[in-house]
Structure formats: structure tokens, C-alpha cells
Write a protein of this length. Sequence first.
Length: 225
Amino acid sequence: MVVPKLLLEITDLRKTVPGGRLLFDGLAMRLEAGELIAIMGESGVGKSTLLNLIAGLDVPDAGVVELDGVALAALDEDGLAALRRRRIGFVFQAFHILPHLTLAQNVGLPLALLRAAPAEVRARAIALLAAVGLAGRENDYPGQLSGGELQRVAIARALAHRPALILADEPTGNLDPETAARILALLIGQLREAGAGGLLVTHSDVAAACADRVLRLTATGLVEA
Ligand SMILES: Nc1ncnc2c1ncn2[C@@H]1O[C@H](COP(=O)(O)OP(=O)(O)OP(=O)(O)O)[C@@H](O)[C@H]1O
């Protein structure tokens, strides 16, 4: 029997936003390697904030976020940055694609930051660009792309370094249904292949239906949808 590997464990998480409004309290969640969980919930309920807390980009008022058994609170800024660089792939709403780098350089950036050989970085970037439907565009610059194309570049980049955890905030929001389905299949394929875990924040029932579990974020925490 294969014993599932616990990748992410959240215990008793509490977060208030500046101004004092409570977003959630007592929030708990477990994510196993190879598993994709969709997180849904009304606008403003705190889904993006939760992803930021999991990435160590924001700090909770109370509670514990553990990645691979390591509590984020035990790490200093350098430790958090190293953990993010090695273990996490991000697809965030503001795609953070760098305008002065080519698409191949953007997609390869997470690998380049880990000092992979330039030839390996470029080969992986070209393969991932092809996988998201941007074959032959590796030398283009982001300014030449549509919003949906940029979103696909962001997804390719999130996968470049084969992260253990992929955090995706509305990754298919700007895509037509056919492209969205293809991109989600790619994302899930990569999760399964690499034994990575994924958290997918989405308003789309179609996207959520691709996940292994769907959780709904409410003021009282995460509940099974
Ligand atoms: N820096 C901040 N200062 C004040 N309020 C904030 C700050 N960041 C987030 N908030 C508030 O926290 C709440 C949660 O925001 P968040 O972006 O996490 O929601 P969400 O569920 O992801 O929403 P959406 O589905 O619209 O993207 C919102 O009401 C937002 O206005």
C-alpha cells in the first residue's frame, strides 16, 4: 500500500486584515503530495490571503503552516525565500512576468535561480511553452502577448523547477473554456508526474471539478463543498 505523503498541514490559522476585520479563525487543512485541492468562496472572503499565508508572504495572527513538516514561523526571511524558490510554484493573479525578459527567460527563471545549466533551463522553458500552446514563441517579449497568453506563460513558469507545491490563484480566469481545460490538464499531469501538491483558488465550477477535493472558504474556516 502506498502511504500518502503529507505535504502541507495548516492548524488553527487565524487572520485579521489591517483595520481589524477577522477573515478566518481556527482554519485547518491537509494536502498530500500528488493531490489537487480547489478552494472556492465568495469574493473578499480571503482566498488570496490564504495562499499568501501558505507561501510565507503574509503572517497569520495565530496558527501554524507546515510545509514538509517545517513550520514557516521557524524560518527567517532568507529561509522562507529559499523554501519558496525551491519548493513552491506560483501562478498569482498579477502574473509577475518580467517585461524585459523573453518568454523563454521568464519561464526558465525559477530554474536559473537554482543555478541549473543554461542549456537545461532553455530546453525546459521551450518544452513548457510548447505544452501551454506557445510553441515557437520563446524569443518573443511579454509586451507582444495577450492577457490569456501571459497567463499561460505564468503557468509554464510555475512548473519550471518541478515544485513540490503549486499555488494557483485563478490560473484560468482569462482563458476560453477549451484552453482552460487544456491548461488544467497540464497542471494536473505535472502534479501527478512530479508527486506535487496543488492548491487552486477558483470561482469556476469547471476548474474546481478537475480537483480531487473542493473546499469552500467561509468566515468559520474551510468546509468540504
Ligand atoms: N493589505 C490589506 N489591507 C486591508 N485589507 C486587505 C488587505 N489585503 C486584503 N484585504 C482585505 O481582505 C479581504 C480578503 O482579500 P482576498 O484578496 O484574500 O480575498 P479573495 O477571497 O481572494 O477575493 P477574490 O475572490 O475577489 O480574489 C478583502 O476584503 C480585502 O479587501
